[in-house]
Design a protein around this ligand. Structure first.
Ligand SMILES: [Zn+2]
Length: 121
């Protein structure tokens, strides 16, 4: 490594022409190097926040993903309530009133999806 090198370069931060003493120098001086470093750190921070936001949104989407219920032909009372968007008690009441047919499976009561769809016919 020689210190006698004089390489004409353009500062990657401010765009000014300068003479570099090493081939790896990217900035015209310490000020630009520091500013570029800070800018990069800020950019990384923004990127990290964005990534975090995206992951959180993804989680929210997964939690609210209705496909889990939508793909089933037979639903528990809870799932049936999620499918329609009402409370479990509304479903329970409809079963008690005989408006919705539910078949007991052990301790669970299962509602056929077409039964729910029939309500809308
Ligand atoms: Zn500069």
């Amino acid at each position: 490594m020689s210190s006698n090198l004089f390489i004409p370069k353009t500062c990657k931060h401010c765009g000014n022409a300068f003479t570099a003493r090493t081939t790896v120098t990217k900035y015209c001086g310490d000020t630009c190097a520091k500013r570029a470093y800070k800018a990069r750190k800020r950019q990384e921070k923004i990127q990290a926040t964005l990534t975090e936001d995206m992951q959180q949104q993804k989680q929210v989407v997964e939690v609210h993903n209705p496909n889990a219920v939508n793909n089933k032909d037979f639903l528990s009372v809870t799932e049936a309530s999620q499918l329609i968007g009402v409370s479990r008690w509304t479903i329970q009441r409809m079963i008690q009133q005989g408006r919705l047919k539910a078949v007991p499976f052990g301790r669970k009561r299962i509602v056929a999806r077409w039964q729910i769809e029939n309500l809308f016919n």
